[in-house]
Design a protein around this ligand. Structure first.
Ligand SMILES: *Cc1c(COP(=O)(O)O)cnc(C)c1O
Length: 379
């Protein structure tokens, strides 16, 4: 099998599994209990909080553990909206957000909030000038992702953060595709809330975190026990959190090396695909882009058929995103970028990791070339 779908999820790192194991075996205490046996679990959790806070240049008390990116996005968006409703009910976002964000916003619209969606440029970047124009006195939240999960395009977060700060608006960023892959400094970027998810950077599934700046006006999200500073009740996912911490530290230590290895494989693959397959195009800016992403359209080919035939050869890739792949609808992201539907339907996303080899990439290029040329012939 050749795995080229690392934006959907990344394989759990071996070191992560190793370090999680004791917390599935001998250290099974409830971390909230008072005896010494529970202290080991509590300390392990707090170490992760410290490590992650250090990477983001924030305080450990500002990191809250969640069940993943979707929960973090829901928490950030709904709670900011609720907490500031006296000030206003207007929110600004973009058309290329993940559905965890878009559907949270849709829900808020259904209960009386108003959302303005900023335009996206042809290169896949949110138009900051449009965001600026959308700001109103009753705007309480701007939510814009740090990098897009379909195109890998890195968004102008620093500029948006500056705008938000100047206008005294809370700024949330979904950094699920960026955390563990790129350095992030929440202070420098003026980010007030940041979502991340462990399984996108080599940790286990079902665990993530939300950074909430202490300056934010927020209140409990999950009502229950006093875990997570009374903000999110429920017994902590000890092994999951430990695994996420190990993944974060490992990803951070290897960021340069893994990034450059992935990038050179990606560039090689992109170059050959474009050169050797006529009527192909890469969507999204090539310079402001995650190291692992190729979003490529083949004209006169159906992307779903192409993916099925690749799957038959043992190659895992996706369409727009894992979450949309069942819908067979052209991607909302490519649409927002102005790509015509007839080209968007011929699009696949290949997302690499440092574990991929040149042999795997060569094999995949060969198969894509064959399949595309066969599909075009029978057309
Ligand atoms: C994967 C992803 C999510 C959802 O994260 P889960 O942990 O799977 O819930 C949210 N936003 C982006 C950009 C993602 O890529």
């Amino acid at each position: 099998m050749i795995y080229l779908d690392n934006a959907a999820t990344k394989a759990t790192l071996d070191i992560v599994k190793q370090k999680m194991k004791p917390f599935l075996n001998e250290y099974y205490a409830n971390p909230s209990s008072n005896y010494r046996f529970a202290k080991k679990c509590r300390e392990a959790i707090e170490k992760v909080r410290n490590d992650i806070a250090g990477m983001l240049n924030v305080m450990p008390e500002e990191i809250y553990f969640t069940s993943g990116g979707t929960e973090s996005d829901n928490w950030a968006i709904k709670n900011t909206a609720f907490a500031n409703k006296e000030k206003g009910k207007h929110i600004i976002s973009s058309r290329i957000e993940h559905h965890a964000v878009l559907n949270s916003l849709k829900y808020l619209e259904s209960i009386g909030y108003e959302v303005s969606y900023a335009r996206v440029m042809e290169n896949g970047m949110v138009d900051v000038n449009h965001i600026k124009k959308l700001i109103r006195t009753d705007t309480t939240l701007i939510t814009c992702m740090m990098s897009n999960n379909e195109t890998g395009v890195i968004q102008p977060i620093k500029e948006i953060g500056r705008l938000a700060k100047k206008s005294n608006i809370t700024f949330h960023t979904d950094a699920v595709q960026s955390f563990g892959h790129n350095q992030i400094d929440c202070k420098e970027l003026n980010v007030d809330l940041l979502s991340a998810s462990a399984h996108k950077f080599g940790g286990p599934k079902g665990v993530g975190f939300l950074y909430i700046s202490d300056k934010c006006n927020t209140f409990p999200y999950i009502h229950g026990g006093s875990q997570e500073r009374n903000m999110r009740g429920g017994t902590s996912n000890v092994a999951g959190i430990v695994g996420m911490g190990v993944a974060a530290v490992t990803a951070n230590e290897n960021m340069e090396a893994w990034g450059s290895k992935t990038r050179s494989l990606r560039d090689y693959m992109a170059y050959r695909l474009l050169k050797e397959i006529p009527y192909s195009r890469i969507n999204g800016d090539m310079n402001y882009r995650l190291d692992n992403n190729i979003n490529i359209s083949f004209q006169y080919v159906n992307g779903f058929t192409l993916l099925e035939l690749l799957d038959a050869k043992g190659i895992c890739a996706s369409g727009a995103s894992a979450c949309n792949s069942m819908q067979k609808e052209p991607s909302h992201v490519l649409r927002a970028m102005g790509l015509p539907d007839e080209i968007a339907v011929g699009t696949i996303r290949l997302t690499l990791s440092e574990s991929n080899t040149k042999e795997e990439i060569d094999e995949t290029i060969k198969e894509i070339k064959n399949i595309v040329s066969n599909l075009r012939e029978i057309q």
